[in-house]
Design a protein around this ligand. Structure first.
Ligand code: PMP
Length: 393
């Protein structure tokens, strides 16, 4: 069957990834013990690659809110909001999110991926210009691509490169959309949003920022990198996900532009998919409350982030200069990184392997993300295992 021949390439990737013992794309956590621990193949394992930044997946109040919604509103919505109607809890969460970002309009989507697709296909049409950071997440790229707009990529976090593209656009710059993230999820570096805002104002462009990894992590109130850099009012559209610091699943867009409320009429990734189930909305809503009420979670997260960064740096690992809850250890070739990742797993530490084409350059990385829920001992153990793995690699 010729149609199926193309899977030979996927088979080759699988064979290569499995060659080190475990396939990093198919790890099964047999038992989840806590936000930071699980059982993998009978081994107690520290989870150091979960994006569970605030550790809220096991928060009693979030669990109670989810259970209550399950009992009172059922297991699912069984359809899209356009066809089946919204539950009051969807609308309430939209309002809460908008209020959190201090803007009037908010929309909830079924995933973070759908939030990016759904917002971008509504904002852009063929003939429009979009300037996209070269390392932007696949969902941002896919949304731009799906819209049919002309995509111009600027070098990652490089404002000179962005300005050159804006200049080249001439008159079109006034109508274009700049798309970036807050905290970048692979290397753990932040966008220079203050400089990007300065440019977007000068050229009259609009700006969309994906704070998927920065919500709950950056800023005095936990809104993200734009808040930390004092430019929240200048961001036109914030998108984000419920699947990281909020510990659930779903996505959102909030904006001061009234047009956001109209996206629901034209956005296929919003219209043609089931809305998030009530228990997910309820636990997310509670997590958003916890995020605001317990700034000490951010303090614990940053304490762990600083220690992991400093520990790996002292041990001589090649990591970026920026301290953040995402720490990427550069290991060069995939042939080095894959066995290293395997040994770490066998030593009881689960991390993420980022190899080309999923890494931003030709290098392979072991990516760790820390959580507020990691204990100091767990962070020390992660460091110890990095050291032991290097000795035996
Ligand atoms: N944006 C970014 C920057 C992400 O890293 C991700 C997920 N890793 C998404 C969007 C998609 O979010 P979700 O997994 O909730 O669909």
């Amino acid at each position: 069957m010729a149609l199926l021949d193309k899977f030979a390439a996927a088979g080759a990737i699988r064979d290569q990834l499995s060659s080190g013992g475990h396939d990093p794309t198919r790890v099964v956590i047999d038992e989840i013990i806590s936000p930071t621990e699980g059982m993998v193949e009978g081994r107690h394992t520290i989870l150091a690659g979960t994006n569970n930044y605030l550790g809220l997946t096991f928060d009693p109040a979030c669990i109670a809110a989810g259970i209550k919604a399950l009992e009172t509103q059922g297991t699912g919505t069984t359809g899209s909001r356009m066809a089946n109607g919204s539950f009051a809890s969807h609308a309430a969460l939209e309002q809460e999110l908008a209020g959190f970002y201090n803007v009037p309009y908010g929309m909830v989507f079924s995933t973070g991926y759908a939030a990016n697709l759904g917002t971008l296909v509504a904002l852009l049409k063929p003939g429009d210009a979009v300037l996209l950071d070269a390392d932007a997440h696949a969902s941002l790229y896919d949304g731009c691509q799906m819209s049919g707009a002309d995509i111009f990529r600027f070098r990652h976090n490089d404002v000179d490169s962005l300005e050159k593209r804006l200049q080249r656009l001439g008159e079109r710059a006034r109508d274009c959309l700049v798309v970036t993230e807050g905290l970048y999820s692979v290397l753990g570096d932040c966008a220079p949003l203050n400089e990007i805002v300065e440019l977007k104002k000068r050229y009259g462009a609009l700006l969309l920022v994906d704070e998927a990894h920065s919500l709950g992590v950056y800023g005095d109130r936990g809104c993200g990198v734009a808040e930390a850099q004092g430019v929240m009012h200048d961001v036109d559209f914030f998108v984000g996900t419920f699947s990281k610091s909020l510990g659930a699943m779903g996505g959102f867009c909030v904006s001061s532009h009234a047009e956001l409320a109209l996206i629901r009429y034209v956005s296929r990734p919003f219209i043609f998919t089931a809305s998030p189930s009530p228990s997910i909305i309820a636990s997310t809503h509670e997590a958003l409350r916890q995020l605001q009420a317990r700034p000490e979670l951010r303090d614990s997260l940053w304490r762990n982030a600083r220690r992991l960064h400093q520990g790996l740096e002292t041990m001589g690992f090649d990591i970026g200069p920026e301290v953040s809850p995402v720490v990427a250890v550069r290991l060069g070739r995939k042939e080095v990184a894959l066995p290293f990742w395997n040994r770490l797993l066998e030593n009881g530490v689960y991390t993420n392997l980022m190899a080309p084409p999923a890494s931003p350059d030709q290098n392979s990385y072991i990516r760790c993300s820390v959580s507020a829920a990691h204990t100091e001992q767990q962070v020390e153990k992660i460091l110890e295992m990095f050291g032991r793995t290097r000795e035996t690699a």
